[in-house]
Design a protein around this ligand. Structure first.
Ligand code: ZN
Length: 279
């Protein structure tokens, strides 16, 4: 294991010498870290892997009103984010509850997850959490960790041509199972709270959503298994989110009703019924 780690580091530094990677400042933390690929390459990788990735969750839901709604809430979060990206937000038709970000700022939530939401600030929390993963560079480092440096530089287009496209398709399948560590989850929650409050959402939407998901998971663990695999959720994560809000937004009130709760309820009613095979 140590040897493998060493050889990866040798490859990273060899790539650095060739000018393939450099140093960058993590936009979310302000700390310097190794940049494995450029922002433009990350955007290209996202474009190439998006069709294959979306197909894993039955594609985008064909409802212009629902898509516009997710895009509208997403645009407010994107405007508040620490990292400039051509963010795109979409609702996937899949019934398995989950949310994702893939390289280049493409952010997704499934119909299966939206069904659980009772107001708009909970959607802002989900999208904020995913944008947090984008801003803190968790996705690119996760691809490198799980799939290796080789596929990362291929999918980023260093090799060029059709090989970049087929590597990006492989990355798309890997992204379905990309797991974040608990510390990355805390950080994404913290950033999500930062962005949703900048966008004038009550940060308690984050706690509400995590509470709903944890309660559903206790009742029916299999239904939320995939989401809990990729985004670990424990009662400690809820306590951390609560502590961040108490410290950073002491004026926020959990009892304050969400002014857009009715809008979300109407959107949830528009969702097609879950397919019987998954539920
Ligand atoms: Zn996460």
């Amino acid at each position: 294991m140590k040897k493998l780690k060493q050889s990866i580091m040798v490859m990273v530094w060899a790539a650095a010498l060739l000018g393939l990677v450099g140093c960058t400042v993590n936009p979310a933390t302000g700390r310097k870290q190794l940049a494995l690929i450029s922002t433009q390459q990350e955007i290209d990788m996202g474009k190439n892997s998006a069709p294959e990735f979306e197909a894993q969750f039955d594609g985008k839901l064909p409802d212009a009103v629902l898509q516009a709604y997710v895009q509208e809430v997403g645009a407010k979060i994107a405007a508040a984010a620490d990292r400039e990206m051509p963010y795109e937000f979409a609702l996937l038709a899949g019934d398995v509850p989950n949310a994702f970000a893939i390289p280049g700022g493409k952010v997704y939530v499934t119909a299966g997850l939206m069904r659980y939401m009772t107001n708009e600030r909970q959607l802002a929390a989900v999208l904020g959490h995913e944008v947090g993963h984008v801003c803190a560079l968790h996705i690119i480092s996760g691809i490198q960790r799980d799939m290796g440096f080789q596929i990362l530089i291929e999918a980023a287009g260093y090799v060029g041509g059709s090989s970049a496209y087929s590597s990006a398709a492989k990355v798309a399948l890997g992204l379905v199972d990309l797991k974040f560590s608990r510390s990355q989850e805390y950080q994404a929650d913290q950033l999500g709270i930062r962005y949703m409050t900048r966008a004038n959402y009550n940060p308690y939407g984050m706690v509400e959503l995590l509470d709903i998901l944890l309660a559903m998971h206790d009742k029916e663990p299999s239904k939320l298994a995939a989401m809990f695999q990729t985004h670990p959720l424990t009662s400690q994560r809820i306590e951390e989110a609560q502590a961040i809000i108490t410290n950073e937004h002491p004026q926020a009130n959990p009892a304050e009703p969400d002014p857009n709760a009715d809008r979300m309820k109407q959107m949830v009613l528009r969702l097609p019924p879950p397919s019987k095979t998954n539920n």
